[in-house]
Design a protein around this ligand. Structure first.
Ligand SMILES: C[S@@+](CC[C@H](N)C(=O)[O-])C[C@H]1O[C@@H](n2cnc3c(N)ncnc32)[C@H](O)[C@@H]1O
Length: 313
Protein backbone atom coordinates (compact mmCIF):
# COMPACT_ATOMS: atom_id res chain seq x y z
CA UNK A 1 0.00 0.00 0.00
CA UNK A 2 1.42 3.39 -0.92
CA UNK A 3 0.58 6.53 0.97
CA UNK A 4 -1.69 7.85 -1.72
CA UNK A 5 -3.58 4.53 -1.94
CA UNK A 6 -4.61 4.48 1.70
CA UNK A 7 -8.37 4.27 1.89
CA UNK A 8 -8.27 6.45 4.99
CA UNK A 9 -6.54 9.52 3.56
CA UNK A 10 -8.42 12.34 1.98
CA UNK A 11 -6.92 13.53 -1.31
CA UNK A 12 -5.67 16.63 0.53
CA UNK A 13 -3.74 14.59 3.11
CA UNK A 14 -2.31 12.22 0.49
CA UNK A 15 -1.20 15.16 -1.68
CA UNK A 16 0.36 16.93 1.28
CA UNK A 17 2.40 13.88 2.31
CA UNK A 18 3.48 13.17 -1.28
CA UNK A 19 4.49 16.83 -1.78
CA UNK A 20 6.33 16.98 1.54
CA UNK A 21 8.18 13.73 0.74
CA UNK A 22 9.39 15.19 -2.56
CA UNK A 23 10.38 18.41 -0.80
CA UNK A 24 12.28 16.85 2.10
CA UNK A 25 12.40 13.03 2.24
CA UNK A 26 14.48 13.04 5.44
CA UNK A 27 12.09 15.13 7.53
CA UNK A 28 9.05 13.30 6.22
CA UNK A 29 10.21 9.74 6.96
CA UNK A 30 8.75 9.75 10.47
CA UNK A 31 5.57 11.48 9.32
CA UNK A 32 4.99 8.79 6.68
CA UNK A 33 5.58 6.03 9.26
CA UNK A 34 3.15 7.73 11.66
CA UNK A 35 0.48 8.18 8.98
CA UNK A 36 0.80 4.53 7.95
CA UNK A 37 0.72 3.34 11.57
CA UNK A 38 -2.57 5.07 12.48
CA UNK A 39 -4.09 6.29 9.21
CA UNK A 40 -7.60 6.97 10.50
CA UNK A 41 -6.48 9.12 13.42
CA UNK A 42 -3.82 10.88 11.34
CA UNK A 43 -6.35 11.75 8.64
CA UNK A 44 -8.98 12.85 11.16
CA UNK A 45 -6.67 15.57 12.49
CA UNK A 46 -4.50 16.37 9.47
CA UNK A 47 -7.40 16.84 7.06
CA UNK A 48 -9.16 19.75 8.84
CA UNK A 49 -5.84 21.39 9.77
CA UNK A 50 -4.68 21.27 6.16
CA UNK A 51 -8.03 22.54 4.94
CA UNK A 52 -7.84 25.45 7.40
CA UNK A 53 -4.26 26.23 6.29
CA UNK A 54 -5.35 26.13 2.66
CA UNK A 55 -8.24 28.53 3.38
CA UNK A 56 -5.83 30.91 5.01
CA UNK A 57 -2.67 30.63 2.92
CA UNK A 58 -4.13 29.81 -0.49
CA UNK A 59 -2.76 27.26 -2.91
CA UNK A 60 0.82 27.88 -1.77
CA UNK A 61 -0.07 26.45 1.64
CA UNK A 62 1.94 23.18 1.43
CA UNK A 63 5.15 25.10 0.72
CA UNK A 64 4.53 27.45 3.68
CA UNK A 65 3.93 24.49 5.97
CA UNK A 66 6.99 22.57 4.74
CA UNK A 67 9.28 25.55 5.28
CA UNK A 68 7.82 26.35 8.72
CA UNK A 69 8.12 22.71 9.81
CA UNK A 70 11.75 22.41 8.65
CA UNK A 71 12.63 25.60 10.47
CA UNK A 72 10.90 24.50 13.65
CA UNK A 73 12.31 20.96 13.71
CA UNK A 74 15.83 22.24 13.05
CA UNK A 75 15.46 24.66 15.99
CA UNK A 76 14.18 21.87 18.24
CA UNK A 77 17.00 19.47 17.31
CA UNK A 78 19.65 22.12 17.93
CA UNK A 79 18.10 23.09 21.27
CA UNK A 80 17.86 19.45 22.40
CA UNK A 81 21.51 18.79 21.50
CA UNK A 82 22.62 21.90 23.41
CA UNK A 83 20.51 20.70 26.37
CA UNK A 84 22.34 17.34 26.35
CA UNK A 85 25.66 19.19 26.56
CA UNK A 86 24.76 21.98 28.99
CA UNK A 87 22.22 20.02 31.09
CA UNK A 88 19.95 23.03 31.15
CA UNK A 89 17.80 25.01 28.77
CA UNK A 90 19.53 27.72 26.78
CA UNK A 91 17.55 30.65 28.20
CA UNK A 92 15.86 31.20 31.50
CA UNK A 93 14.54 34.72 31.10
CA UNK A 94 11.32 35.56 29.30
CA UNK A 95 12.54 38.94 28.04
CA UNK A 96 15.58 37.37 26.34
CA UNK A 97 13.43 34.80 24.57
CA UNK A 98 10.66 37.22 23.65
CA UNK A 99 13.11 39.44 21.83
CA UNK A 100 14.27 36.58 19.57
CA UNK A 101 10.90 34.93 19.16
CA UNK A 102 7.44 36.28 20.07
CA UNK A 103 8.34 39.87 19.15
CA UNK A 104 10.03 38.94 15.87
CA UNK A 105 7.52 38.69 13.00
CA UNK A 106 10.05 36.83 10.79
CA UNK A 107 10.74 34.20 13.42
CA UNK A 108 7.09 33.85 14.42
CA UNK A 109 5.91 33.44 10.84
CA UNK A 110 8.00 30.27 10.46
CA UNK A 111 7.56 29.11 14.06
CA UNK A 112 3.79 29.52 13.94
CA UNK A 113 3.36 27.18 10.96
CA UNK A 114 6.03 24.80 12.26
CA UNK A 115 4.15 24.31 15.53
CA UNK A 116 0.92 23.95 13.55
CA UNK A 117 2.28 20.98 11.56
CA UNK A 118 3.65 19.25 14.68
CA UNK A 119 0.11 19.01 16.05
CA UNK A 120 -0.67 16.20 13.59
CA UNK A 121 2.82 15.20 12.39
CA UNK A 122 4.45 14.22 15.69
CA UNK A 123 3.46 10.88 17.18
CA UNK A 124 3.37 12.16 20.75
CA UNK A 125 1.27 15.18 19.73
CA UNK A 126 -1.17 12.98 17.86
CA UNK A 127 -1.48 10.90 21.05
CA UNK A 128 -2.32 14.12 22.87
CA UNK A 129 -4.99 15.00 20.33
CA UNK A 130 -6.58 11.55 20.86
CA UNK A 131 -6.52 12.09 24.62
CA UNK A 132 -7.99 15.61 24.18
CA UNK A 133 -10.84 14.26 22.09
CA UNK A 134 -11.62 11.17 24.15
CA UNK A 135 -11.16 12.56 27.64
CA UNK A 136 -11.71 16.31 27.42
CA UNK A 137 -14.11 17.01 24.53
CA UNK A 138 -16.28 14.10 25.64
CA UNK A 139 -16.51 15.75 29.06
CA UNK A 140 -17.40 19.14 27.55
CA UNK A 141 -20.06 17.44 25.46
CA UNK A 142 -21.80 16.34 28.69
CA UNK A 143 -21.49 19.78 30.34
CA UNK A 144 -23.69 22.83 29.90
CA UNK A 145 -22.17 24.78 26.95
CA UNK A 146 -20.49 28.08 27.60
CA UNK A 147 -17.22 29.84 27.01
CA UNK A 148 -13.81 28.21 26.87
CA UNK A 149 -10.76 30.34 27.55
CA UNK A 150 -7.50 29.35 25.78
CA UNK A 151 -4.36 30.84 27.34
CA UNK A 152 -1.34 30.92 24.98
CA UNK A 153 -3.62 29.99 22.08
CA UNK A 154 -1.00 30.35 19.29
CA UNK A 155 -2.72 29.45 16.02
CA UNK A 156 -5.95 28.86 17.96
CA UNK A 157 -6.15 25.24 16.87
CA UNK A 158 -7.26 23.76 20.20
CA UNK A 159 -10.12 26.27 20.48
CA UNK A 160 -11.09 25.72 16.85
CA UNK A 161 -11.07 21.94 17.28
CA UNK A 162 -13.32 22.42 20.31
CA UNK A 163 -15.91 24.60 18.62
CA UNK A 164 -15.89 22.55 15.43
CA UNK A 165 -16.71 19.43 17.48
CA UNK A 166 -19.05 21.24 19.90
CA UNK A 167 -20.72 24.15 18.09
CA UNK A 168 -22.64 25.26 21.21
CA UNK A 169 -19.38 26.29 22.88
CA UNK A 170 -17.51 29.49 22.08
CA UNK A 171 -13.81 30.20 22.46
CA UNK A 172 -11.70 33.10 23.66
CA UNK A 173 -7.97 32.78 22.96
CA UNK A 174 -5.18 34.97 24.34
CA UNK A 175 -1.58 35.06 23.08
CA UNK A 176 1.34 37.40 23.59
CA UNK A 177 2.56 37.20 19.99
CA UNK A 178 0.88 39.76 17.69
CA UNK A 179 1.84 37.59 14.68
CA UNK A 180 0.13 34.50 16.08
CA UNK A 181 -2.99 36.42 17.12
CA UNK A 182 -3.33 37.94 13.64
CA UNK A 183 -3.08 34.51 12.03
CA UNK A 184 -5.51 33.00 14.54
CA UNK A 185 -8.06 35.76 13.87
CA UNK A 186 -7.74 35.31 10.11
CA UNK A 187 -8.03 31.56 10.49
CA UNK A 188 -11.24 31.90 12.52
CA UNK A 189 -12.70 34.30 9.92
CA UNK A 190 -11.78 32.18 6.91
CA UNK A 191 -13.04 28.97 8.47
CA UNK A 192 -16.33 30.64 9.44
CA UNK A 193 -15.62 30.28 13.15
CA UNK A 194 -15.23 34.02 13.83
CA UNK A 195 -18.69 34.11 15.43
CA UNK A 196 -17.60 31.38 17.82
CA UNK A 197 -13.92 32.08 18.45
CA UNK A 198 -12.28 35.37 19.32
CA UNK A 199 -8.50 35.72 19.61
CA UNK A 200 -6.86 38.61 21.36
CA UNK A 201 -3.35 39.81 22.15
CA UNK A 202 -2.33 39.74 25.80
CA UNK A 203 -0.12 38.32 28.49
CA UNK A 204 -1.79 35.16 29.74
CA UNK A 205 -0.28 35.69 33.19
CA UNK A 206 -2.23 38.90 33.63
CA UNK A 207 -5.27 38.33 31.45
CA UNK A 208 -8.40 38.86 33.47
CA UNK A 209 -12.07 38.84 32.63
CA UNK A 210 -14.90 39.97 34.81
CA UNK A 211 -17.00 36.89 33.97
CA UNK A 212 -15.31 33.53 34.64
CA UNK A 213 -15.41 30.98 31.80
CA UNK A 214 -17.02 27.54 31.89
CA UNK A 215 -13.91 25.68 30.68
CA UNK A 216 -10.22 26.31 30.03
CA UNK A 217 -7.35 25.27 27.78
CA UNK A 218 -3.66 26.04 27.99
CA UNK A 219 -1.52 24.00 25.61
CA UNK A 220 2.28 24.11 25.65
CA UNK A 221 2.54 27.47 27.38
CA UNK A 222 3.79 26.56 30.89
CA UNK A 223 7.37 25.79 29.82
CA UNK A 224 7.57 29.21 28.09
CA UNK A 225 7.14 31.09 31.36
CA UNK A 226 9.40 32.06 34.23
CA UNK A 227 6.49 31.55 36.62
CA UNK A 228 4.19 28.80 35.28
CA UNK A 229 2.56 28.55 38.72
CA UNK A 230 1.26 32.10 38.20
CA UNK A 231 -0.31 31.09 34.87
CA UNK A 232 -2.07 28.16 36.52
CA UNK A 233 -3.40 30.35 39.31
CA UNK A 234 -4.68 32.80 36.68
CA UNK A 235 -6.32 29.95 34.76
CA UNK A 236 -7.93 28.81 38.02
CA UNK A 237 -9.22 32.32 38.76
CA UNK A 238 -10.57 32.63 35.19
CA UNK A 239 -12.87 29.62 35.60
CA UNK A 240 -16.10 28.92 37.44
CA UNK A 241 -15.80 26.39 40.29
CA UNK A 242 -16.02 22.83 38.99
CA UNK A 243 -15.01 23.85 35.43
CA UNK A 244 -13.06 21.33 33.34
CA UNK A 245 -9.67 22.33 31.93
CA UNK A 246 -7.13 20.85 29.55
CA UNK A 247 -3.47 21.68 30.15
CA UNK A 248 -0.35 20.38 28.42
CA UNK A 249 3.36 20.90 29.10
CA UNK A 250 6.76 19.86 27.79
CA UNK A 251 8.95 17.84 30.16
CA UNK A 252 12.74 17.62 29.60
CA UNK A 253 12.15 18.98 26.12
CA UNK A 254 14.36 21.85 25.01
CA UNK A 255 13.28 24.46 22.49
CA UNK A 256 14.65 27.93 21.98
CA UNK A 257 11.74 29.46 23.88
CA UNK A 258 11.43 26.88 26.67
CA UNK A 259 12.70 28.56 29.81
CA UNK A 260 11.08 26.56 32.62
CA UNK A 261 12.53 23.08 32.81
CA UNK A 262 10.06 20.53 34.12
CA UNK A 263 12.11 17.40 34.75
CA UNK A 264 9.36 15.12 35.98
CA UNK A 265 5.64 14.73 35.36
CA UNK A 266 5.10 14.93 39.13
CA UNK A 267 6.41 18.52 39.16
CA UNK A 268 3.61 19.58 36.81
CA UNK A 269 1.03 17.62 38.82
CA UNK A 270 2.12 19.31 42.06
CA UNK A 271 1.95 22.74 40.45
CA UNK A 272 -1.55 22.03 39.10
CA UNK A 273 -2.74 20.84 42.50
CA UNK A 274 -1.27 23.82 44.28
CA UNK A 275 -2.98 26.16 41.82
CA UNK A 276 -6.36 24.71 42.79
CA UNK A 277 -7.01 21.92 40.28
CA UNK A 278 -7.85 18.25 40.74
CA UNK A 279 -6.13 16.05 38.14
CA UNK A 280 -8.73 13.64 36.83
CA UNK A 281 -6.84 12.19 33.88
CA UNK A 282 -3.33 12.40 32.52
CA UNK A 283 -1.13 11.23 29.66
CA UNK A 284 2.62 11.37 29.24
CA UNK A 285 3.82 10.78 25.72
CA UNK A 286 7.36 10.60 24.30
CA UNK A 287 8.66 10.38 20.73
CA UNK A 288 9.16 6.62 20.18
CA UNK A 289 12.22 6.99 18.00
CA UNK A 290 14.23 9.03 20.47
CA UNK A 291 17.79 7.72 20.94
CA UNK A 292 18.31 5.66 24.11
CA UNK A 293 21.83 7.05 24.48
CA UNK A 294 20.60 10.54 25.17
CA UNK A 295 20.42 11.72 28.78
CA UNK A 296 17.10 13.49 28.43
CA UNK A 297 13.98 11.93 27.05
CA UNK A 298 11.59 14.69 25.97
CA UNK A 299 7.92 14.17 26.80
CA UNK A 300 4.67 15.97 26.30
CA UNK A 301 2.22 15.68 29.16
CA UNK A 302 -1.49 16.41 29.05
CA UNK A 303 -3.99 16.74 31.88
CA UNK A 304 -7.74 16.85 32.18
CA UNK A 305 -8.52 18.87 35.28
CA UNK A 306 -11.35 20.07 37.42
CA UNK A 307 -11.14 23.48 39.00
CA UNK A 308 -11.62 22.81 42.69
CA UNK A 309 -14.85 23.84 44.31
CA UNK A 310 -14.60 23.68 48.08
CA UNK A 311 -12.16 20.81 48.56
CA UNK A 312 -9.67 21.45 51.36
CA UNK A 313 -6.68 19.94 49.54
C1 LIG B 1 4.33 26.29 21.64
S1 LIG B 1 3.25 27.60 21.32
C2 LIG B 1 1.69 26.81 21.68
C3 LIG B 1 0.55 27.40 20.92
C4 LIG B 1 -0.77 26.65 21.03
N1 LIG B 1 -1.28 26.64 22.38
C5 LIG B 1 -0.60 25.23 20.52
O1 LIG B 1 -0.58 24.30 21.33
O2 LIG B 1 -0.50 25.06 19.29
C6 LIG B 1 3.44 28.67 22.71
C7 LIG B 1 2.64 29.93 22.59
O3 LIG B 1 2.68 30.64 23.83
C8 LIG B 1 2.67 32.03 23.53
N2 LIG B 1 3.13 32.73 24.74
C9 LIG B 1 4.36 32.72 25.31
N3 LIG B 1 4.35 33.45 26.43
C10 LIG B 1 3.08 33.94 26.60
C11 LIG B 1 2.44 34.75 27.59
N4 LIG B 1 3.08 35.22 28.65
N5 LIG B 1 1.13 35.03 27.43
C12 LIG B 1 0.44 34.57 26.36
N6 LIG B 1 1.00 33.79 25.40
C13 LIG B 1 2.30 33.47 25.52
C14 LIG B 1 3.57 32.14 22.31
O4 LIG B 1 3.38 33.33 21.60
C15 LIG B 1 3.16 30.89 21.52
O5 LIG B 1 2.11 31.18 20.62
Amino acid sequence: MTMTQSQYFSQRVADFIAGFTRHNPVYTKKIVALAQGCPELFNELADPLLLWAENLLGKEYPERLFVGYEFFVTEVNQAQLAYETNKKYLYSSFSEVARHTYNSPDFMMLYHWGVYVTIFAWQHHLNIYKFFKERFLSRLARAKPGQIIDLGCGSGVWSLLTVSALPDWNGLGVDISPTSVQWAQKLAALTNFSGQCVFTEGDALLYHRQEPAQAGISCFLLEHLETPDKLLRNLHDSLVPGAPAFVTAAVSAAEIDHIYEFRKESEVVTMLEEAGFVVTDMLSSAPESFSRNRIFKPRSVAFVLTRKTNALW
